[in-house]
Design a protein around this ligand. Structure first.
Ligand code: RIB
Length: 298
């Protein structure tokens, strides 16, 4: 039997999380309440979520000379880190303000996440085959090249176009099999605000693609060939919303790998991200499958 694999080609960041009374306004200086450092990056968070959801996951990306911790955290989570390269210079990092309601604002420094080369991409993709899943976000360079090469191989491409920016315009998004987006990215991609209109517009543009749209406190909607499935959120006290979307995405990729029915997938993803929101940190907040199944939600 062919074993389908998940390759997550993405970012690895050190997250410097500053607790604040309110987000700093332009021209304002404030003191933070506390500061903690966590491992994060949308790539790493999603790889951890997929692995903690029970999938076999390979992580590819670049870290700086200060990046050994990322390899260690991959190992602790059963993620194959053999494709991660250590390069001169600094790893990527994020400056995160975290307010009293668990909301955040994030400033990214790309660092080694933006040092991918075509040779490196080819070398990694050579180890994967038709049908394998490729999980991507938008925090690394050469995204367009990675999409083209993976598509040529027949890999199934799952794209979380986050953060959404002009670099995505260079990518041929008709090659994407599954879009995982939140309502802000949906609006940026579709030019519409209403969830149904976002899905209509994206379905028209990418008729073959599956679209997983998360709507914050309003839940999520999955859309495939005109069929739509809705899921409410599980309510928890929000401590830190960082990586809630990454948890949803990683759990979704793992469910796809396992061939789980969509209704069950949506419930599991919603529950896993609710648990992540109830805890501090990015990668650290992501629950394991048994915790998700056993977690007592309000
Ligand atoms: O999605 C949350 C992540 O975004 C953080 O871990 C931070 O590193 C940024 O990549």
């Amino acid at each position: 039997m062919i074993q389908i694999k998940i390759l997550d080609f993405g970012s690895l960041n050190y997250d410097y999380v500053y607790g604040v009374e309110h987000m700093v306004a332009p021209g304002e200086t404030i003191s933070s309440l506390d500061m903690e450092i966590f491992c994060g990056g949308k790539g790493l968070n999603q790889a951890i979520a997929a692995a903690r959801a029970g999938a076999e996951v390979f992580m590819a990306g670049m870290v700086g000379k200060d990046g050994q911790l990322f390899m260690d955290i991959c190992k602790e989570n059963g993620i194959d880190s053999s494709f991660i390269r250590q390069v001169p210079g600094k790893s990527g990092h994020a400056i995160i303000q975290l307010d009293q309601n668990g909301q955040n604002s994030i400033l990214l420094y790309g660092g080694s996440n933006r040092q991918m080369t075509k040779e490196y991409v080819d070398e990694v993709l050579n180890n994967f085959e038709k049908g394998d899943l490729l999980l991507l976000q938008n925090e690394i360079n050469l995204l367009s090249y990675i999409i083209d090469k993976a598509y040529e191989k027949g890999m199934r491409i799952l794209l979380n176009p986050s953060p959404y920016d002009e670099k995505l315009a260079a990518c041929d998004l008709t090659k994407v099999s599954v879009f995982l987006i939140n309502e802000i990215e949906g609006e940026q991609m579709a030019g519409e605000k209403e969830p149904d209109k976002i899905l209509d517009a994206l379905t028209e543009k990418y008729p073959e693609a599956e679209i997983m749209l998360t709507l914050g406190s309003k839940g999520s909607v999955y859309c495939r060939m005109g069929e739509r499935y809705k899921q409410d959120i599980y309510k928890v006290k929000a401590v830190d919303t960082t990586a809630a979307g990454d948890t949803f995405t990683g759990y979704f990729a793992a469910s796809l790998l396992k061939g789980m029915p969509i209704e069950e997938t949506l419930k599991k993803c919603a529950k896993a991200s609710a648990v992540a929101v109830s805890r501090k940190g990015a990668a650290d907040s992501i629950p394991r499958e048994e915790e998700v199944d056993g977690y007592e939600l309000l």
